[in-house]
Design a protein around this ligand. Structure first.
Ligand code: RB5
Length: 150
């Protein structure tokens, strides 16, 4: 499993901590930025992370902004990405079991590193349950293929 890791300036510190954690746990990752002391637009970094997954270069993405919300909004514009903001163990577990999340979004201004690494570990370890949840995820995929023009 290889993780695409990206953040804006508000998520930079938390991204750095998560990168250290992934390295300690021998989880492969690609750091897509941003770098320190930059002010960037979360939109660009969410797009980089989503594109890395859709290109097959990484299996999943972890995206960090101030709240995790902007990253999720952007990443979910990409067909095939199921981005889930998670803020505790339960939401991390359910995002995998029920939603087959392939993109975890976190808030650098809302979630301390100690909590974030717990969320990351659960999100990495928890399998998708399948069954009725696979039917629902399939419906999401159908919606992605629909033309919403009136
Ligand atoms: C940046 O100030 C902040 O708006 C951004 O990190 C994010 O929280 C947006 O959703």
């Amino acid at each position: 499993m290889r993780i695409a890791l990206a953040a804006d300036h508000a998520g930079y510190e938390l991204k750095a901590g998560i990168a250290r954690y992934l390295a300690e746990k021998a989880v492969a990752f690609t750091d897509l930025g941003c770098g320190p002391n930059e002010s960037v637009d979360y939109v660009d970094f969410a797009a980089k992370g989503a594109a890395e997954v859709l290109a097959g270069a990484c299996d999943r993405a972890i995206l960090v902004c101030g709240t995790g919300m902007g990253m999720a909004v952007v990443a979910n514009k990409f067909k095939g990405i199921r981005a889930t903001p998670c803020w505790n163990a339960y939401t991390a577990e359910m995002s995998r079991r029920h939603n087959d999340s392939n993109c975890l979004t976190l808030g650098g201004r809302t979630t301390p590193l100690a909590a974030a690494v717990g969320i990351v570990q659960i999100w990495l370890d928890t399998p998708f349950e399948g069954g009725r949840h696979a039917r629902r995820v399939d419906k999401i995929k159908e919606l992605e293929n629909r033309n919403f023009k009136p």
